[in-house]
Ligand binder design. Structure first.
Ligand code: G3I
Length: 378
């Protein structure tokens, strides 16, 4: 083949690739995002990690901008990162998170002010390493909450004020906050947050909320706060679900019970693992940890078709529930953008391959995204 003809052929091939890429880009630009079809029902959000907050994850940022209208920082606003030492605050990442949210017109949630986990050790101990007094811990809570919430006053729509304070059976979690201050630590945390930003929404957030014991205890907590004149706007049902727990009816019972107290309901950390759990009822207790065994990491090379189909049905069952109660639900947030970002790959067993989110490891929308869009358009 002579050189001239070869060059002409190469130009034709190059143009056809460019045209198909442009048509894909154009197509994807025209395709509706999740926020386009869900936006008038509830906020649809995602947790964002440091790579996304610091602009290092361009693919993740593209998905966030196309599909979501709300964000929450997965980790950088937890007290161990914001105030690692008493009086020494580190706001760089949190500031970038808030600036990113404002620049992209994303509704922001602050996660989380008071949590027994990921709190710095100094919070609870005096200079001799002993538990601090009740008054000291209350003052430390107040200083932390006031400093953090007032810094972002008017910029963050709402705060997970207290996270995971109640056990599966409805008893108080025996955290240092509870043991040193008593159950009033919750009321105080909400009051301090409200004083720091009177217009911010305030939320109680927890996992395994379909459990009857926790459901009733959260209902009692919301009623008690309201009776004491304390502002609480919503209950966050985290939504870390598995293929067989919880059943959707129990999840719905809790959703309705929380709504009947007069607050909004939020699905705050939604993900759906396909991996076998090393122990039943492990919930989402971040402290849980189990030895790696090959047989509980069965999908290292992708999901078999039948597993993928069951996973899609389960996700759709939950989104069908959310759409049915969109008048009660103000936000649904996925706990991460892409499968590769998910905490589920390393919890409660490190080094597994999970598929819990709506976008795959190449940040491509899984078929479930279009299934949700089609369901929402009905
Ligand atoms: O960034 C460091 C990295 O520099 C270091 O090399 C590495 C060593 O392990 O740790 C990295 O920090 C980890 C961080 O995630 C960022 O990846 C922490 O160890 C790890 O504990 C932390 O886990 C987070 C977990 O909360 C505890 O804060 C998960 O990402 C996060 O998804 C998870 O989210 C919680 C919610 O906040 C509350 N509800 C339950 C949910 C799941 O546990």
């Amino acid at each position: 083949m002579n050189k001239k003809l070869k060059n002409i052929l190469l130009i034709i091939v190059a143009c056809s690739f460019t045209l198909s890429a442009c048509s894909k880009t154009k197509e994807s630009a025209n395709e509706l995002g999740l926020k386009d079809v869900l936006g008038n029902k509830f906020l649809i959000g995602t947790a964002v990690n440091l790579d996304q907050i610091n602009g290092r994850d361009a693919l993740g940022l593209a998905v966030i901008k196309k599909h979501f209208n709300a964000i929450v920082a997965e980790n950088c606003m937890k007290s161990m990162y914001l105030q690692p030492k008493e009086g020494q605050f580190f706001f760089d990442d949190a500031d970038r998170f808030v600036n990113f949210g404002e620049q992209n017109n994303l509704v922001m949630t602050g996660h989380c002010l008071i949590w027994h986990s990921q709190a710095p050790a100094w919070f609870f101990t005096d200079k001799n390493g002993k538990d601090v007094s009740r008054d000291t811990l209350i003052q430390r809570m107040k200083d932390h909450i006031t400093t953090v919430v007032s810094r972002y006053k008017g910029r963050i729509k709402g705060w997970d004020v207290v996270n995971e304070a109640i056990m599966d059976d409805g008893s108080w979690r025996p955290s240092k906050f509870y043991k040193i201050i008593g159950e009033d630590f919750i009321k105080l945390a909400f009051q301090f947050a409200h004083e720091a930003d009177p217009d911010a929404e305030l939320y109680y957030n927890d996992y395994s909320m379909a459990k009857e014991g926790r459901r009733q205890a959260v209902v009692n907590l919301v009623k008690s706060l309201k009776e004491q004149g304390v502002r609480i706007d919503a209950v966050g049902m985290q939504g870390h679900v598995t293929m067989d727990y919880p059943n959707v009816d129990d999840f719905e019972k809790s959703l309705l019970a929380f709504s009947e107290t007069g607050v909004k309901v939020m699905i705050t950390e939604l993900d759906l693992t396909v991996l076998p759990s090393p122990r039943r009822d492990v919930g989402a207790d971040v402290a849980a940890s189990f030895e790696y065994q090959k047989e509980i990491n069965p999908y290292t090379d992708g999901l078999p078709e039948e597993v993928q189909a069951a996973w899609e049905k389960r996700y759709l069952d939950f989104f069908t529930l959310f759409l049915k109660h969109s008048d009660k639900i103000s936000r649904v947030t996925l706990w991460g953008v892409s499968d590769k970002n998910s905490w589920r790959n390393n919890w409660p067993v490190r080094g597994r391959t999970d598929y819990p989110l709506l976008f795959d490891r190449n940040y491509q929308a899984k078929p479930i995204v279009q299934m949700i869009i089609n369901k929402a358009k009905i």
